[in-house]
Design a protein around this ligand. Sequence first.
Ligand SMILES: *[C@@H]1O[C@H](CO)[C@@H](O)[C@H](O)[C@H]1NC(C)=O
Ligand SMILES: *[C@@H]1O[C@H](CO)[C@@H](O)[C@H](O)[C@H]1NC(C)=O
Ligand SMILES: *[C@@H]1O[C@H](CO)[C@@H](O)[C@H](O)[C@H]1NC(C)=O
Ligand SMILES: *[C@@H]1O[C@H](CO)[C@@H](O)[C@H](O)[C@H]1NC(C)=O
Length: 454
Amino acid sequence: MPNSSQNKHIAAIVFPFGSHQVPFLKLVIKLAQACPNVTFSFISTAKSNQTLFSRPNIPGNIKPFDVSDGIQEGQVLGTHPFERLNLFLQAGPENLQKGIDLAMKSTNQKVTCILANAFVTPSLIVAQNLNVPWIALWPPLSTSLSVHFYTNLIRQHFSADRNKSRSLDFLPGLSPIRLEDIPNDVVPCSDEEEQQFSKALASMGEVLPQARAVVLSFCEDLDLPLFVQDMKSKLQSMLYIGPLTFSPSDTNTDTDKDPSGCLPWLDKKGSRSVVYISFGTVVTPHQHELLEVSEALEASGFPFLWSLKDDQKSILPNGFVERTSTRGKIVSWAPQAQVLAHGSIGVFVTHCGNSSLIESMANGVPLICRPFFGDQGMTARLVEDIWKIGVKIQGGIFTKSGLIQCLNLILVEEEGKKIRENALKVKKTMQKASETGGKAEQDFKTLVEIISNP
Ligand SMILES: *[C@@H]1O[C@H](CO)[C@@H](O)[C@H](O)[C@H]1NC(C)=O
Ligand SMILES: *[C@@H]1O[C@H](CO)[C@@H](O)[C@H](O)[C@H]1NC(C)=O
Ligand SMILES: *[C@@H]1O[C@H](CO)[C@@H](O)[C@H](O)[C@H]1NC(C)=O
Ligand SMILES: *[C@@H]1O[C@H](CO)[C@@H](O)[C@H](O)[C@H]1NC(C)=O
């Protein structure tokens, strides 16, 4: 057979916001390494390009090309959290096409396939115009695929009765999920005009069946079986390639440093004894809740490592730091992946953000969940009711007594032992999926074949 990967040119279109960018780049890097003869053009905004391409060791067959972020010169942005997302999506296929034109001109190669974050729905139109296959990376929690796929059905179902405790049992596999768990904009409450971003998500039921493949960065064996079966029957191909995290060797060295000495501090603590608290970079819990957290930590007596932004330290009670200094450590940043891999960590108090979830699961660490937005509510539900690897905080917000109860449950009580055993089982399942010859490798190979012979 002639060398089929020659003259293949993949346009990779990122959703240039927040936590979506790094896993997407990671996927493109993995593909570029697996297919050294394929050209990859990374289509993104200048801002995203600058942050992403400052990392070392990006393969030479990936080149960035800039497109507009959709913001007009001098335009004043409003306050809606989706505004930048809306503007980028509104710039539409024409904007993306300009980036592709640049890439084709510079490489002198036609684009043969488009790989995009599923949220960038205009990229499907570009693929159709070019008559090339479209491959979509579904970046968030895999279960949320179904919620966005069936948005219209969900809206119809809850139009008359918005009882938040009602289950999504009319969707295959989703009976454990309740209305209160799913992202707010799936069933919007107000009559305000639907945001472009929400519209894009609501169109997944029409968009995703047109993808040559939908790529998931999770582990099939951990997903709800009926959900997997249903989605597989609706999509042309559904590939579970495993988590897309950077290993310490391929990230910027700075991000792996441990400036506050978390790891040596953990070395001196007993096995599975320490409470690790972090709410990621995006979420900022209300001051009142942070106060409740501090009171629970002080009263419960467990050792703790708290990753707390500097500007939030001022809300801690007077003398808290001094009174807890022998068993507590507060840092403005912690090398989370290494912290969670440390044997001293007994439980992770988290907002259930995507990478926090994966890092905790990969290390068999039980979770106490305080979800805030997006798919975090569904994550918390799966953690508590399906994987049984943690608990959701009672009433959905931190109180001193609620947190103490959860901490005791996981660190002291008999039920906590079961939760830890389950967490270790999940860890094994994830390891098995990512072994050589495992499911993740097989599905990745399939993806490589698709892009090499579109
Ligand atoms: C890439 O192309 C070169 C030159 O045509 C060829 O020798 C090599 O086997 C190709 N590598 C792969 C992985 O296809
Ligand atoms: C992308 O960013 C890199 C690194 O900041 C820069 O060198 C390069 O010129 C940028 N590329 C484009 C197309 O703007
Ligand atoms: C809401 O739904 C739950 C579960 O189906 C049910 O137990 C509860 O009675 C309902 N509440 C109201 C006010 O209808
Ligand atoms: C969530 O995290 C996993 C593992 O790091 C990654 O594969 C996935 O792409 C991430 N998604 C987002 C939206 O960050």
